[in-house]
Write a protein that binds this ligand. Structure first.
Ligand SMILES: Cc1cc2nc3c(=O)[nH]c(=O)nc-3n(C[C@H](O)[C@H](O)[C@H](O)COP(=O)(O)OP(=O)(O)OC[C@H]3O[C@@H](n4cnc5c(N)ncnc54)[C@H](O)[C@@H]3O)c2cc1C
Length: 510
């Protein structure tokens, strides 16, 4: 049966998900589709989501955004990775960086050479893996600059992402989208009308009676999942038994005196606390498990852990980690928090928005006859969620901590076989058993496994091809290169001031 062409796209929700979706569709399918976005100021947005991963650079390139203008408008800063404090054990610290550590040689990843050096034929090298990290050296010195590779060597340079103010980001994308023809409608969706035969959504009705009709709907209504969850009845797969945090308290504080180029995630008694440096303020939040700590104690923990003066009271957010059984049903796809939520530990939610939007655009049907595209979309989104879930579980499960009920639970919980397999493979051989399309690269798995306390029992025998003196010289040269490269970089604060100072002056409180 011939189904009608899809001409009108309705996006419900104007948080980060709604406006990224609107901007990308306007840019890539704007000539073919009429796009209307409905949002409600009375309901508002979740208001968090300020740290990203490097894939956002690709989104900006697709949208044609100028990086410096983007950072000025969102009061953004650069991010080289996430510093994990007290995760593997109390007192431990490591940086999960966005780049390689040291320098890979041929097919052999650097950590195998490092592992060989600390097993040491003659004199074991006492240095840690991060002594060979360009990113850590820059992060520790609070320096930043553009560096694709290190000098004339094959060593990769600084890989980075951004921190930005979530509300300014949504406003920035709104202006971008409206300039490209997206219509914004203010109103609260009160009811949904469906086609009696197909069950497809035909229109939504807003308070006051206005109807907005469409051929395809994107549910960006946040945790409410108004269309896909509530109206179409797509259920939710709950992953809290592996990722037990279910609440957060968020509070801004004054700008950090030294603007460091990384997010900090400090493990606490029953969860963890984030610190995100922005140009005009610092974003902070305590993510915790309500089964292991009261809301009052969680708020006290947050406020006691601030590095600068609080600029407000903690704001509570509740969530359940997991995902929808399907991401697209009938003529409706859910993007953003409505599709599922993997807690913010590795800043993956904005990336998931971006990857779902680009996948949806790649598979977007010309007409309502979309079963094959829908199945493929659901298959790929489910795989992506599962891979990120495993990476997050590793952070909680791979720990020596037993100092609280929460950490004893995490250490001893049953985890998916896919996580156990990766831990065992790495512990035995230093090899990484990630899927080919996993978002996180080998270097990420290696850093988190070593950072959380797995020391591989062996290394790749190909790393033996170098003689012991050659290996020592290689490692010494790397350290010299890193020191020299980092000392030539400007401070992060100077780089921002020179190229992307925030459009508004910094808060007086700072
Ligand atoms: C504690 C926490 C920390 C996070 N930190 C990060 C991070 O560091 N990095 C990262 O990548 N992600 C992070 N995230 C996730 C990130 O915040 C979200 O992915 C992102 O903000 C997208 O949210 P959203 O647009 O899906 O939902 P929301 O921001 O909740 O927007 C929902 C929209 O739907 C509208 N709406 C809802 N119901 C109706 C209705 N009936 N009628 C009309 N409109 C309606 C609302 O008005 C709003 O515009 C974090 C999330 C949490 C909970």
């Amino acid at each position: 049966m011939d189904r009608p062409q899809i001409k009108k796209l309705v996006i419900v929700g104007g948080g980060t998900a709604g406006w990224i979706t609107a901007a990308a569709f306007a840019r890539l399918l704007g000539q073919r589709l009429e796009i209307e976005l409905v949002e409600s100021e009375a309901i508002g947005t979740v208001g968090v989501g300020e740290a990203t991963i490097p894939q956002i650079i690709r989104l900006n390139a697709i949208l044609g955004l100028d990086e410096h203008e983007f950072l000025k408008a969102t009061s953004g800063t650069f991010k080289l990775g996430i510093e994990f404090v007290d995760w593997g054990r109390l007192g431990s610290k490591y940086l999960h960086t966005f780049g390689d550590t040291g320098m890979n040689l041929g097919n052999v990843a650097f950590h195998h050479y490092w592992r060989r050096s600390c097993m040491g034929e003659a004199a074991p090298d006492p240095r840690g893996l991060w002594d060979y990290s360009l990113h850590l050296a820059a992060a520790d010195a609070a320096r930043f600059g553009k560096m694709d590779k290190v000098g004339n060597t094959a060593m990769t340079g600084l890989a980075y992402a951004y921190h930005f103010d979530a509300s300014r980001y949504a406003l920035f994308l709104r202006a971008y989208s409206e300039a490209r023809g997206v219509t914004r409608t203010e109103g609260i969706v009160e009811s949904v009308q469906r086609d009696g035969a197909s069950g497809d959504i035909r229109s939504i009705t807003l308070g006051g009676g206005r109807q907005v009709a469409g051929d395809f709907f994107i549910d960006c209504t946040g945790f409410r999942a108004l269309l896909l969850g509530q109206e179409l009845g797509v259920g939710y797969e709950d992953w809290s038994k592996w990722l037990p945090c279910d609440r957060a308290l968020a509070v801004p504080s004054a700008r950090l005196p030294t603007l460091v180029p990384y997010t900090r995630a400090t493990a606490k008694r029953a969860g963890w606390q984030w610190r995100i440096p922005l140009q005009h303020r610092t974003g902070n939040g305590h993510v915790y498990s309500s089964g292991f700590i009261s809301d009052g104690d969680a708020a006290d923990t947050l406020m006691a852990g601030l590095d600068t003066k609080a600029l407000g009271d903690p704001r509570p957010i509740r969530f359940t980690t997991g995902r929808r059984h399907a991401f697209w049903s009938h003529n409706c796809a859910a993007i953003g928090l409505s599709s599922g939520f993997l807690e913010p530990l590795e800043s993956t939610s904005i990336h998931l928005i971006q990857s779902h939007v680009s996948r949806l655009i790649q598979l977007f049907p010309r007409s309502g006859d979309a079963a094959a595209m829908r199945d493929e979309y659901n298959r790929r989104c489910a795989a992506e969620f599962g891979q990120i879930r495993d990476f997050l579980i590793l952070h909680y499960h791979q720990t020596a901590r037993e100092d609280s009920e929460f950490w004893r639970y995490c250490k001893n919980m049953d985890v998916p076989d896919s996580v156990t397999h990766k831990r065992e493979l790495f512990a035995a051989s230093g090899r990484v058993g990630r899927d080919a399309d996993d978002l996180f690269r080998d270097a990420s798995w290696v850093q988190v496994m070593i950072g959380q306390g797995i020391m591989p029992a062996d290394y790749d025998p190909m790393a033996d091809q170098m003689s012991a003196p050659q290996l020592a010289e290689f490692l010494a040269n790397l350290r010299t290169l890193i020191d020299r490269s980092v000392s030539g970089l400007p401070t992060h604060a100077d780089y921002l001031a020179r190229h992307c100072a925030a459009a508004e002056p910094v808060d007086a409180a700072a």
